[in-house]
Ligand binder design. Structure first.
Ligand code: 13P
Length: 252
């Protein structure tokens, strides 16, 4: 059984004060949640949110990382710095980083490997654009992103990697993939992981991301290969993200 993982990607939202206020309001709302719950605030708020979550069942994630341990990389953050902050996870290869900051799958692969070496678990994002989907290239694009981004992950560590399938056309658009469309992509991703990693693929969690809301979370999570969600806009409000994190209650 794969334990669902619901992660909030706040992107470039929330000051330290706002992030701490969220964490304090949020933690009691999900104290009895069955799923694994993760918050990814901006770097500036990681320390304070980590303190506000101490002793709770909510884990901390970074939104990015640089593969090197230290060095002349102005503006970047190294894996040991995330370890010191108590980050359990870090998101890598988000489509915004790929599209707006020119990150290649090869660079994402280096980041994922560096995170694993420091026991910070990578959430590796993949996803096709609308033009790619309309051209019938969805699976080809996903395969090439998976192959490139996971090239440095040995099968022995595969189960420590979370994949986030985020169709670019569904991010921030209010256009959620239907459960059927999402499941089809997740099943293809699982089949690829199976070819690449063997039995470990059954233990790897694949999150869906793209306009996940309290209203559609349960239906998406009910799909056999959807093991959680990576949530942007609807994760900025504590009660909204708590309803997503406790999606089983909406299913009843
Ligand atoms: P939205 O939930 O705002 O569509 O964002 C999805 C996303 O990019 C999460 O990483």
């Amino acid at each position: 059984m794969r334990r669902p993982i619901l992660a909030a990607n706040w992107k470039m939202h929330k000051t330290i004060a706002e992030a701490v206020a969220f964490a304090e309001a949020f933690r009691p709302l999900v104290a009895d949640a069955a799923a694994e719950i993760v918050l990814a605030p901006p770097f500036t708020a990681l320390a304070a949110v980590g303190r506000a979550l101490a002793g709770s069942n909510v884990k901390l994630a970074a939104q990015n990382v640089h593969p090197e341990k230290q060095g002349a990389f102005t503006g970047e953050i190294a894996p040991p710095m995330l370890v010191e902050l108590g980050c359990a996870y870090a998101i890598v290869g988000h489509s915004e980083r790929r599209a707006l900051f020119g990150e290649s799958s090869a660079f994402v692969a280096q980041k994922a490997a560096a995170l694993l070496a420091h026991d910070v678990l990578p959430i590796v994002c993949v996803g096709e654009t609308l033009a790619e989907r309309e051209a019938g290239r969805t699976f080809e694009i996903l395969e090439s992103q998976l192959m490139g981004s996971l090239v440095e992950v040995p099968p022995t560590r595969a189960a420590d990697v979370v994949i986030a399938y985020e169709p670019v056309w569904a991010i921030g658009t209010g256009k959620t993939a239907t459960p059927g469309i999402a499941q089809e992509a997740h099943a293809m991703i699982r089949a690829w992981l199976d070819k690449r990693f063997g039995a470990a693929a059954q233990r790897m969690r694949i999150q869906y991301g793209g306009s996940v809301k309290p209203e559609n979370a349960a239906e998406l999570m009910a799909q056999p290969d959807i093991d959680g969600a990576l949530v942007g806009g609807a994760s900025l409000d504590p009660s909204s993200f708590a309803r997503i994190a406790k999606f089983e209650e909406n299913a009843k």
